[in-house]
Design a protein around this ligand. Structure first.
Ligand SMILES: *Cc1c(COP(=O)(O)O)cnc(C)c1O
Length: 380
């Protein structure tokens, strides 16, 4: 196993004093009430192992969150498990549901922990590529990727790294294919609240016939700007949640005891925080995408998430990796080459020449990055 691209690029950022728009974490804190609640829990004695499936107040708050936002009914004792971030929910879902030789259909470019966990489970990846400029999911390609060995479709919407929010037609296509072929859907919805303009996140589990075959994953990290907390969850049918719980026993067993009641309070009481965060991120998006375009980079406008994608080929670069390795010296900015998120970055419409930029940063940080890019020679 090699070092992740994020570790490599973050080290490069430190070494060169670059503005780091690589790894996706905000540089501002979550809501003060959330931090106070964690501190109170810590000083109030919530410091020993929490129950493996999570503390009841958090499981109940997650069930209320799904009901309030999407009308989804969940039994908090059987249909909700708390995990160590969405990362462990992904691991638990894939280790718990995929047997060696099973195929997993996954949107490409993909979040990198998916490929590691499909490998750990002995599964086989079947990528379906989302292509620039609009990164739409092609139903025919999805259909072609699903076969007799497919165990599940691993969805991610809003989608990292493209910033797509799958629309009603795309979700309906996934639902139709999943039901026709009788496969499960595991859906990573960590950016559920972080959508822009008139794009709205719709959980695929709310489509007809999907609740019984969908495992939904999310996390407090992105919604409340506490990516370091690693409090996530999986929700859905009891037997799918049970598969995650079974795997989780041998991963971490249990997660951040004092953080769980704090996240519960935030889910119940801080509804406005993610709404304001999304509005703020939309402004940061516009600031960064505007700056990237002024610097001569072809930029696609994301509909959600923390990330914008650019095409560096117009500047003469054939590889986003070469561009990103040169960028810290040239401009004092770090970004992530999207080529690492593809099985075959040179495949049709794939992303050898694409680069991902994080805009979940303070305005002055983005300003500085944009200024540096404007002043630099970015041609190959
Ligand atoms: C950040 C992220 C995660 C990880 O969530 P944690 O709660 O930090 O483990 C999972 N999936 C996607 C798509 C992400 O961007």
């Amino acid at each position: 196993m090699g070092e992740t691209i994020f570790a490599e690029m973050s080290a490069l950022a430190v070494r060169t004093g670059s503005v780091n728009l690589g790894q996706g974490f905000p540089d501002t804190d979550g809501p003060p009430a959330l931090l106070d609640a964690a501190s109170a829990a810590l000083h109030g004695g919530a410091n020993q192992y929490a129950p493996g499936i999570g503390v009841p107040v958090l499981r109940q708050a997650i069930a209320r969150h799904q009901h309030r936002n999407y009308g989804i009914e969940l039994d908090p004792d059987r249909q909700v498990v708390v995990t160590t971030g969405c990362t462990e929910a992904i691991a638990g879902a894939l280790l718990g549901l995929v047997d060696p030789g099973d195929e997993v259909v996954v949107l490409e470019p993909y979040y990198d922990s998916y490929t590691a966990m499909i490998d750990f489970a002995g599964g086989v990846r079947r990528p379906v590529t989302l292509r620039a400029p609009d990164f739409r999911l092609d139903p025919a390609e999805l259909e072609a990727a699903v076969g007799p060995r497919t165990k599940l479709i691993l969805l991610n919407t809003p989608h990292n790294p493209t910033g797509r929010v799958l629309d009603a037609d795309e979700l309906a296509a996934v639902a139709r294919v999943a039901q026709q072929h009788d496969v499960l859907v595991v859906t990573d919805e960590v950016y559920e609240h972080l959508t822009f303009d008139d794009h709205r996140h719709v959980p695929i589990s709310t489509l007809p016939g999907m609740a019984e075959r969908t495992l939904t994953l999310s996390s407090a990290g992105k919604s409340f700007s506490v990516t370091g907390w690693k409090v996530g969850w999986a929700t859905g049918p009891a037997e799918l949640v049970g598969a995650v719980t079974a795997a989780k026993q041998w991963l971490t067993f249990t997660s951040g005891a004092p953080l769980q009641p704090a996240v519960a309070a935030a889910l119940d009481e801080q509804h406005e925080f993610p709404v304001r965060l999304a509005a703020d991120l939309r402004d940061r998006r516009d600031q960064l995408v505007g700056g990237l375009r002024e610097a001569g980079l072809t930029s696609y406008t994301p509909e959600g998430t923390y990330f914008a994608t650019t095409d560096v080929s117009a500047l003469g670069w054939r590889s986003g990796g070469d561009f990103c390795r040169a960028l810290p010296e040239r401009a004092g900015v770090v970004a992530i080459p999207s080529e690492v998120f593809y099985d075959d970055p040179d495949g049709p419409g794939a992303g050898r020449h694409l680069v991902r930029w994080a805009f979940c940063k303070r305005p002055e940080v983005i300003d500085e990055a944009v200024r540096r890019l404007a002043a630099a020679d970015l041609t190959a």
